[in-house]
Design a protein around this ligand. Structure first.
Ligand SMILES: Nc1ncnc2c1ncn2[C@@H]1O[C@H](COP(=O)(O)OP(=O)(O)OP(=O)(O)O)[C@@H](O)[C@H]1O
Ligand SMILES: [Zn+2]
Length: 767
């Protein structure tokens, strides 16, 4: 036998995309070059199939086990560079996730398939508005008796004037005849169009970036003088010009030969302005990674980064896994955003993973926000991040004054002023006289208004006034939301739809009333009050079409919208100098959620949306309507007082202890059988407590178990408990132990009810 290969078998450890906490050992047959590089894709036999796995390094053959050989090494260069493998190992460890699933999330799907599918044609039939009817008045005249056409038009307009035919018919719940009639009238046209995959490919150029101010220069210099792996927290108030700091840092880093960079933004579609600025500054060296890319385009983008043809990756969460080498800086814009946390396995937080990858790369990290997360703020307090401040708005603008309107008083005064039997005024308690007057003055002056209401739909729910019954989703423990266009009751968790009942299902009377309000209702009230206003609504319902967000925002930018109304989507990073009024219709929507982050989120939302006003020379003002003016989240938002808020909120997080003072893992047990889920959750908590006792582990507290605040979603019942400790390594061990070994889902009854346990470490939501 030639050589020594037969004495020391050549083995490698391979990660496969299966939900198991283990790797698999294979031999490498003669004829395949040795060693196999870490991070390379390998083709291996697994469960009678050929699968793509990732080589994690040399392995050791367990005694007495006959190993299978790999089929081939697919990559000539490893698909995943070393620092990405390190990052994956950290994610798998910290978040108790199987390594194979973690690595799978880092690669384009096409690289994980054993055969390449043929690409499909990318055209679709769309309806496009040709005759714009921007005001309510025009629409009322045009569609006087054509109610369905009006529904179609409203839906189209809400989505930026264009929508796929199929989707529109479903949304409007009408026949194709309605659209045919509108085509005949010359209001819309129907065309076969190529699906626009990359709206960033050919957007209008942006102005060259301005010269940095003194405080921007100081921040840029401090960051560039940082040590490899150093983390900076850039706390710059809204409109302070953080984007310019990012751009100048990128410019300096990319001047070093071979250096590359990653920029994370919360959601590409909502941050098109920011993305445009990066494209404007760096042109084609930027790869924009977004969810609308086809698999093929994603692969193209990935390869251009891997080959070094593009040196900056811009994208949401998963852009952190861009296959760049020698990354010099990782920027996390709006670092406080909850969307950086992935809601499924691996449940990583991109900000935390960014810090880990940067350390492995020797790169700088810049976390930017006007309202930093408490985690990042505390990290700076502990000296693990360097705080940099941009205290003023760029270009001489100042923060807008914020006026509070106490809606309790408004309701009282309006009630008192009304004649005894005057008809109910729907405006009552929704839009205060102060806000209406402010909107009116904007209309007169040709300036723009932003209206925030963080609840979509028309009314929050339907309730029977006779018996009090509320229509709830049959699959989720949540009330159905009333939508007017098209009319339906919709579950916001599972999309279940029901027709709107005329009689109460419980007591049979006709006393059903709408309670609470959503964006659709406010849109209608505003349209009735300002019939000549050009109104755009931005929420999940109006942005189902690809790039609908970008289209709506572009219209605002071109001055084609007087009033932009929307959910939290409109609070993110928008920079429109002609927006001189921001109105918060109801500051309280998120305040009373049973979640320890409710106040933090409310403060961030209010501060961020307030920050959209007065960014230009005309200045601006903010009006906040609330029934909870004493809540600290509201109080401090009124004075743009981040420091004041953080101080109070940090105090509130000490007893009972919550992040950032302790780490928590939310253990959620779910399944289709209510009692089995409760039993399993209780058993799992008992099991963890016993474990702590047996090993005399101190410093861990278990809170619960109890039903989750929303105790059923999509027909699955949900219970949870929290594991809390100030010792991160201990939490890592516990989380993994629970995820891997908790006695849940193992017996036959559990399997029939599909009872599963999920560990969510550092959760962003406890609902
Ligand atoms: N040095 C400067 N001189 C003049 N204008 C500037 C300067 N720096 C930035 N700007 C302008 O100020 C505006 C706000 O900048 P930018 O959008 O980066 O703010 P931001 O800090 O990201 O705010 P937010 O957190 O509210 O999104 C932009 O229109 C930008 O072009
Ligand atoms: Zn539901």
């Amino acid at each position: 036998m030639p050589g020594t290969d037969s004495d020391t078998p050549r083995c490698i450890e391979v990660a496969l995309a299966v939900p198991l906490f283990r790797t698999f050992t294979y031999t490498v047959p003669a004829g395949i070059a040795w060693p196999v590089a870490v991070g390379s894709r390998v083709l291996v036999p697994f469960r009678n199939r050929a699968e793509i796995g990732i080589c994690l390094g040399p392995g050791t053959a367990p005694e007495g086990v006959r190993l299978k050989p790999i089929v081939s090494v697919v990559d000539s260069e490893p698909s995943l560079p070393g620092p990405l493998i390190d990052t994956a190992q950290w994610i798998a460890d910290w978040y108790a996730a199987p390594i194979g699933l973690t690595l799978r999330g880092m690669l384009p799907t096409l690289l994980l398939q054993t055969k390449t599918p043929t690409p499909r044609a990318k055209t679709q039939r769309v309806v496009r508005v040709v005759q714009e009817l921007p005001s309510l008045l025009q629409r009322e005249q045009t569609f006087a008796r054509a109610r369905q056409q009006r529904v179609v038009y409203d839906l189209l307009e809400a989505q930026g004037g264009v929508a796929p035919v199929d989707a529109l018919l479903v949304q409007a719940n009408c026949t194709a005849g309605v659209i045919v009639a509108m085509v005949k009238r010359g209001i819309v046209e129907v065309k076969q169009e190529v699906v626009e995959r990359d709206p960033f490919a050919n957007r209008a150029g942006v102005a060259p970036p301005p010269e940095p101010s003194a405080s921007q220069r100081a921040a840029i210099a401090a960051i560039l003088a940082g040590d490899p792996g150093q983390v900076f927290l850039l706390h710059g108030i809204t409109g302070s010009g953080k984007t310019l700091v990012y751009i100048e840092v990128l410019r300096a880093v990319l001047q070093q030969p071979g250096r590359t960079a990653i920029v994370l933004v919360p959601e590409i579609a909502l941050t098109s302005q920011t993305v445009d600025r990066f494209r404007g500054a760096f042109g084609d060296s930027v790869a924009v990674l977004h969810s609308a890319l086809s698999d093929g385009e994603r692969l193209d983008a990935w390869q251009s980064l891997r080959r070094g043809e593009r040196r900056i990756a811009v994208g949401a969460r998963s852009a952190l896994f861009a296959p760049l080498e020698r990354v010099g800086v990782v920027i996390v814009d709006e670092e406080h955003e909850g969307s950086y946390k992935q809601a499924e396995t691996p449940r990583y937080h991109a900000r935390e993973a960014a810090i880990v990858r940067a350390r492995a790369e020797g790169a700088l990290v810049v976390l930017g926000s006007a309202t930093p997360s408490l985690e990042s703020w505390e990290r700076a307090n502990r000296g693990q991040a360097t705080r940099l401040t941009l205290p003023d708005r760029a270009g001489g603008a100042s923060l807008p004054p914020v006026q509070l309107v106490d809606m309790r008083a408004v309701t009282k005064i309006e009630r008192a002023g009304r004649a005894p039997h005057a008809p109910y005024d729907p405006m009552l308690g929704v839009l205060s006289p102060a806000l209406l007057k402010a909107i009116e003055s904007r209309m007169v002056r040709g300036e723009q208004t932003l209206l925030l209401l963080n609840r979509r739909g028309y009314a929050a729910y339907l309730q029977c006034h006779a018996c009090g019954d509320v229509q709830v989703c049959p699959h989720c423990s949540i009330s159905l939301t009333y939508h007017r266009v098209p009319e339906a009751l919709i579950c916001h968790y599972c999309q279940y739809q029901a027709v709107v009942p005329t009689h109460c299902a419980h007591c049979g009377t006709e006393s059903i009333r709408r309670r609470g309000m959503g964006t659709q209702q406010v849109e209608r009230l505003v349209a009735e009050r300002f019939p000549e206003a050009r109104i755009a609504r931005m929420d999940v319902d109006t942005t189902s079409g690809k790039w609908a967000h970008t289209q709506i925002l572009d219209r605002v930018g071109r001055g084609e919208v007087d009033i932009l109304l929307g959910t939290q989507m409109i609070a993110k990073g928008l920079d429109f100098p002609n927006v001189t009024l921001v109105g918060v219709v109801d500051a309280d929507t998120g305040l009373n959620l049973p979640d320890f982050r409710a106040s933090e989120r409310t403060f961030q939302l209010l501060s961020q949306v307030a920050g959209r006003a007065g960014r230009g020379p005309k200045g601006g003002e903010v009006i906040v309507q609330t029934r909870m003016p004493d809540a600290h989240a509201v109080r401090h938002a009124l004075t743009h007082d981040y420091l004041g808020f953080v101080q109070e909120e940090l105090e509130a997080r000490q007893v009972p202890a919550y992040p950032p003072f302790v780490g928590i893992a939310n253990v959620v047990v779910s399944g289709t059988h209510q009692h089995l889920v409760a039993e399993a959750a209780i058993a799992a908590a008992v099991w963890v407590r016993a474990l702590l006792e047996r090993h005399a582990i101190a410093g861990v507290s278990i809170v619960g178990p109890a039903p989750c605040p929303i105790d059923r979603i999509k027909d699955r019942w949900r219970w949870h408990f929290l594991v809390k400790t100030a010792q991160p390594r201990l939490l890592t061990r516990l989380a993994r132990y629970v995820a891997e070994r908790a006695p849940v889902g193992t017996d036959a009854a559990h399997r029939t009810a599909d009872v599963r346990l999920v560990v969510d470490r550092d959760p962003v939501s406890l609902l």
